[in-house]
Design a protein around this ligand. Structure first.
Ligand SMILES: C[S@@+](CC[C@H](N)C(=O)[O-])C[C@H]1O[C@@H](n2cnc3c(N)ncnc32)[C@H](O)[C@@H]1O
Length: 348
């Protein structure tokens, strides 16, 4: 299969929408290639190196409040664990860690005795990933402790991986928003998978083209940081001919058995699109064969349909906020609804 498909009008239209507003004349790939050298040359280069070798434990910045560090750690790890708990994985399953960076996900999958191929465009990221594996204590007691991990320099936007290394589950952890053409990237990933393969995309969603922090990173390093809305991602999947997918809401934590909290959780599952957590089948029927959950609807769950079909007992608009503010909006709406109902009852 060819690695490059000529741009259709619909694809060109979506790409210009995604890339509108980005600074012009920036070579984003060169930025990705230079990134490691740039961060290591900074004053805090040693801390940056350490961060990449131990991600997702600890932040680059020692002054980051421990609570915030733990939130990021919990999120990254929960994604990995949730994924493993929902997928039907066997000892034969081959994972493809797409844009693996310094390889934390590949490393942990390998520690679980799973077979992984990690790829990244940056040779220095791959070197860091190799170093990370070599530093693992187990490697000192057991030579070649990770025979089931392969780490390769590869530009997945350019072409699929070698057919000999074909995988079953491709994972993009915070990665898809780095590609200039995510549609071609998705096609090439699908072509890197067995017929029954699935692609897992885990990343923050946004209707905006990114926030001030992302703009600053782009300017400083020439690396692409522009998140997609749920609707844009759905369009990209369809254009890549990947028509079977299921979005999930990543929910982790201990929840007190209180109705208002349950209402908030219910509301978020149905309406909150702050994450694009999606599992995509390469071919029709692939979701049912690869997932362990019941009640799947392998159809497009786009924003409008989700909102229309919402049977949430709480009729409020999404605030788009997470954390306490969002909860408060939901609680306020619930209280208002109860008061309205009581007044209506009294009037009867
Ligand atoms: C946010 S970083 C690392 C994400 C990594 N999955 C993690 O969780 O640490 C994104 C990565 O995408 C890589 N990348 C960018 N363009 C790429 C391309 N065309 N092919 C492969 N990797 C690419 C970058 O080198 C970088 O390591």
């Amino acid at each position: 299969m060819s690695s490059k498909t000529p741009l259709s009008d619909a694809e060109a239209k979506l790409l210009s929408e995604l890339n509108a507003g980005l600074p012009q004349d920036v070579d984003w790939k060169q930025g990705a290639l230079d990134y490691v050298a740039n961060i290591l040359a900074q004053e805090n280069g040693a801390a940056q190196r350490r961060f990449h070798l131990i991600k997702p434990f600890h932040s680059v910045y020692p002054e980051t409040p421990i609570n915030q560090q733990l939130t990021e750690f919990t999120r990254e790890f929960s994604h990995c664990l949730n994924l493993l708990s929902i997928l039907s994985v066997s000892s034969q399953t081959r994972f493809l860690d797409v844009a693996c960076g310094s390889g934390w996900l590949a490393h942990f999958l390998a520690k679980l005795n799973l077979t992984v191929v990690g790829i990244d465009i940056s040779p220095q990221m791959i070197e860091l990933a190799q170093e990370r594996l070599a530093l693992d204590q187990i490697a000192t007691v057991e030579l070649d402790a990770f025979p089931h991990v392969g780490l390769y320099v590869h530009d997945i936007e350019q072409q699929p991986i070698d057919p000999g290394a074909q995988c079953d589950v491709a994972v993009l952890e915070s990665a898809l928003h780095h590609f200039v053409n995510p549609i071609q990237t998705l096609r090439n990933i699908a072509d890197s998978l067995s017929d029954d393969g699935v692609i897992v995309i885990l990343e923050a969603a946004s209707d905006q083209q990114g926030d001030a922090y992302q703009a600053e990173i782009m300017e400083r390093y020439d690396t692409l940081e522009r998140p997609y809305s749920r609707e844009q991602l759905v369009k990209a999947l369809n254009l890549a001919n990947l028509a079977e997918y299921q979005f999930f809401y990543p929910l982790n934590g201990f929840f007190p058995p209180v109705q208002s909290v349950a209402d908030g959780v219910h509301y978020r599952i149905l309406n909150d699109h702050v994450w694009n957590t999606v599992i995509v089948a390469k071919q029709s029927g692939g979701l049912a064969r690869n997932l362990k959950v019941e009640g799947l609807c392998p159809v497009v769950m786009n924003v409008t349909n989700a909102a229309k079909s919402s049977r949430s007992p709480v009729a409020v608009e999404s605030t788009g906020e997470i954390g306490l503010k969002g909860e408060l909006a939901i609680l306020r709406a619930t209280a208002q609804r109860i008061v309205r109902k009581s007044i209506a009852k009294l009037k009867r």
